[in-house]
Design a protein around this ligand. Structure first.
Ligand code: C5P
Length: 398
């Protein structure tokens, strides 16, 4: 199998010296690497350092006739499996977000559809500036993976977020970015995938509501993975604070009944994955005006049952060929999931134990419960759970 090739864009910050260590780790992992050094980067380290460590040529300018005839700037990014920007300065992030191409590095980044991993490092105030945060949000929305910088003491004498993560941690992110096998990149092409995510809010009165701790992260990660695999993705999202993954059509809803209607409207679908933590109950009659405190008498909340979207979809004549539900449990996880599989009429239940920090957290340990048995996965970051799950679904619909 061909070893992955990395194009490493080294920006102008003191953390550029750590890019040298990163090159060693990339090589040690058996990958090849070629560097693009910005003018700013060349103030901190030399092309010779990068060439010696990468054992490859180093490109520094768009206007180099020899470089352009032997290896044009378009070709530089085409031959790479991943572009890593390290350190990604505030200036580079701003130019990437705006689509400016005024140097070799920024032109390479604009002229590519290769996945990009940006590793920011800068002064804490530059990192926290609204402009930088806006650029990072935009880049993430555009599909660039931007790693959060570490907290700590900085070369400039200040303290806070802005430090380049350790090269070993960056290497882990590179390996994770490359772990999406190319055979899967088109694994769901032509499939329409419907996903629900997040909590629902059930109003009590105009200012209060019933909710739960779901962050939407697992469902959004699944939507992102499905889109990366070429699916047409419709994501019905409860109230969450998450950016829409690239290529995903998002429908925002608030209540369980809104969610049921949005799911209905998004049919037909080949695959449906209902990850949302739908409130089981709503208030029978939400008050039109704010409920006031009345000398000691407590308001009696009458609850009514919400529609079960998953069970409804299982009975629908337009039932998707693959219907997957989630089960968040705090005890007897697998037994409850098996009972739920039968009761709801779906094909698989992805069960997880939410007694710890899963809801709102970054990791998830799940069991895939099907009519054939139970497959238990190790604790993984939610984006890796998403990829593994979508891989399994792609195999099932092939
Ligand atoms: O019954 P329980 O809420 O544990 O079932 C969880 C599964 O059912 C999840 O896939 C969830 O999205 C779905 N569900 C639903 N509508 C409801 C309740 C749960 O679609 N009202």
């Amino acid at each position: 199998m061909k070893q992955p090739h990395i194009l490493l864009v080294v920006g102008g910050g003191i953390a550029a010296y750590k890019a040298c260590e990163l090159i060693r780790l990339i090589r040690k992992a058996g990958m090849t690497v070629r560097c693009v050094l910005t003018d700013g980067g060349a103030q901190f380290i030399t092309p010779m350092t990068l060439a010696a460590l990468s054992e490859n040529e180093v490109s520094t300018t768009l206007w180099d006739l020899k470089n352009e005839t032997e290896m044009g700037h378009i070709q530089l990014s085409r031959e790479a499996d991943l572009i890593v920007v390290c350190p990604a300065t505030a200036d580079l992030l701003a130019k990437m977000a705006a689509g400016i191409s005024d140097s070799l590095a920024t032109t390479v980044l604009l002229a590519t559809d290769t996945p990009v991993l940006a590793v920011p490092a800068m002064n804490v105030r530059m990192w926290q500036h609204t402009a930088t945060q806006r650029n990072v949000t935009r880049l993430r929305g555009d599909g660039v993976t931007v790693i959060d910088p570490d907290d700590g003491a900085m070369a400039c004498g200040e303290y806070g977020p802005g430090r380049l993560p350790e090269p070993v941690a960056i290497m882990e992110r590179i390996e994770a970015a490359l772990s999406f096998p190319s055979r899967l990149r088109e694994g769901l092409k032509g499939k329409r995938v419907l996903i629900t995510a997040g909590p629902t809010h059930e109003p009590i009165d105009p200012v209060r509501y019933i909710a739960n701790r779901s962050s939407g992260r697992q469902g959004f990660a699944i939507a992102a993975a499905a889109a990366q695999m070429g699916a047409e993705v419709h994501l019905v999202a409860g109230p969450v604070h998450l950016p829409t993954p690239p290529g995903v059509t998002r429908i925002d809803v608030e209540t369980a009944r809104d969610m049921a209607a949005a799911v209905e409207a998004a049919l037909p679908a080949d695959i449906a994955i209902l990850v949302a933590a739908v409130a089981d109950w709503r208030t029978a009659d939400a008050a039109n005006q704010k409920i006031k405190k009345t000398g000691g008498a407590l308001p009696a909340l009458q609850l009514a049952e919400n529609p079960d979207i998953l069970a409804g979809l299982a009975r629908d004549p337009r039932r998707p060929a693959v219907l997957v539900g989630f089960a968040a449990e705090t005890e007897n996880v697998i037994e409850h999931a098996q009972a739920k599989l039968a009761r709801k009429g779906c094909d698989w239940i992805v069960a997880n134990d939410v007694s710890g920090e899963v809801m709102g957290g970054a990791d998830n340990a799940v069991h895939i419960v099907t009519a054939d048995g139970v497959e238990s996965w190790a604790n993984l970051p939610k984006d890796q759970v998403a990829r593994k799950l979508m891989e399994k679904i792609a195999d099932a619909v092939r």
